[in-house]
Write a protein that binds this ligand. Structure first.
Ligand SMILES: *Cc1c(COP(=O)(O)O)cnc(C)c1O
Length: 392
């Protein structure tokens, strides 16, 4: 569910209107894109909006990113790219995660750039381009060391030669050569320089074959922030567009002028006094130490709150950080307010930018042993995204 709100001042009192909602500050997103463009120092910027813009809502985030100067958008799947076209996006757009028999023709006809890591993909692309009498825009992907998708260097000359032949035939235009880094979130890791060296060799093969791509690209967010020699013509930024740092090693968002875009809040569904020795939630893994106040936060693992947050997840309620008491259930969890009071309907902030004293997505990631990427991306479909500041 996507809720669009043009502009709304912050609520004076902490009373939430939704059971749970993810507020998406598009003004912060635009500021992040501008900060990243400055960092990219002349390279173009692709805002990566895969997986519903890392849980932030693909269409409004894509629009805001374009407005702030993202000349490219990127998605993983062709379906994600087609959804952006259906929503009216018309700029440069690339998708890269393909399987045999994918919707090549629809994507080519929608003017979306595609990626090829292997001959089978190039063959399906040329067949689709012939069928619709178009020239497909292709980015050839080299595996410079990540070991995921991408053409192995040993097979690269064959892929490049086949692409060159298809270009002569008019079915494709090789507009990009690209790769992806394995350890950019660990600045100084030796594999970063090693991958760039392999990339240079792959580019030399491309030049010798007579191809002249518009854009060479290998940098994700961490490389955009910390590895200028990886910027080339285009940087592909995902997590940093949403104001989160790729890793604590890279730094804090504010070190780079980034501001977290998502605030996850809930309205307390119950507040009540209970006696000492009261068990809390499934399995009774928490028992009240004395007479106390329990508050019920109506968000659970179906909303993307990790069950691993049981007993460890942080949440701001009644002005203080609390910890999830007992297990996270499908729809709800409990916090122990101790001697403090609150009322049903009062706001609980699970995470946000952090400047109102609330935890951040990074705090949640640390608490549950994951990365902030997973915290925001897993927020469930039943949590409404409330987009603020869409048009300022
Ligand atoms: C997700 C993704 C990115 C963006 O990575 P971030 O670390 O979020 O900036 C860039 N390139 C590719 C190929 C990706 O899959």
């Amino acid at each position: 569910m996507v809720v669009n709100v043009a502009s709304e001042p912050p609520a004076p009192r902490a009373a939430a209107t939704h059971r749970v909602s993810a507020e998406i500050d598009l003004d912060a997103l635009r500021g992040n894109v501008r900060a990243l463009r400055e960092r990219a120092n002349g390279a173009e910027l692709m805002a990566v909006v895969k997986s519903d813009a890392y849980g932030h809502g693909a269409v409004p985030c894509a629009r805001a990113a374009r407005r702030a100067g993202a000349t490219w958008l990127g998605t993983a799947t062709p379906e994600e790219a087609l959804a952006l076209r259906a929503a009216g996006d018309r700029g440069r757009l690339m998708c890269w995660l393909w399987t045999p028999g994918g919707p090549w023709r629809e994507v080519i006809e929608a003017d979306v750039d595609v990626s090829a890591s292997a001959l089978w993909a190039l063959e399906e692309i040329t067949a689709a381009a012939r069928a619709c009498d178009r020239t497909a825009r292709v980015h050839l992907k080299i595996d410079t060391g990540l070991g995921r998708n991408g053409c192995q260097p040993a097979d690269w000359p064959d892929l490049v030669a086949a692409a060159r032949a298809a270009e002569k035939e008019g079915t494709v235009r090789v507009v990009g050569v690209w790769s992806h880094l394995a350890c950019a979130d660990e600045p100084g890791h030796p594999s970063n320089a090693a991958q760039l060296a392999v990339f240079e060799e792959a580019l030399a093969v491309v030049a010798r074959a007579g191809l002249d791509p518009e854009v060479r690209h290998i940098a994700n967010s961490p490389a955009t922030l910390t590895l200028p020699e990886a910027h080339y013509d285009l940087v592909r930024t995902g997590i940093s567009v949403y104001g989160l740092s790729p890793s604590p090693e890279v730094g804090l968002p504010q070190d780079f002028g980034l501001r977290p875009v998502m605030t996850l809040r809930a309205a307390l569904a119950s507040v009540k006094r209970v006696p000492a020795g009261h068990g809390v939630s499934y399995g009774h893994h928490y028992t009240t130490a004395g007479e106390t106040t329990l508050a019920l936060v109506p968000a659970g693992y179906a909303d993307g709150i990790p069950r691993h947050a049981s007993g460890v997840g942080p949440v701001l309620v009644a002005g203080k950080w609390r910890t999830v008491a007992g297990r996270v259930a499908m729809d709800q969890f409990v916090v122990d307010l101790g001697g403090d009071t609150a009322e049903a309907g009062d706001e609980a902030i699970l995470f946000g930018p952090g400047d109102r004293g609330e935890p951040t997505a990074e705090d949640w990631a640390r608490a549950v042993g994951t990365i902030s990427y997973e915290i925001v991306t897993r927020i469930g479909a039943r949590v409404p995204r409330v987009h603020l500041n869409a048009d300022t």
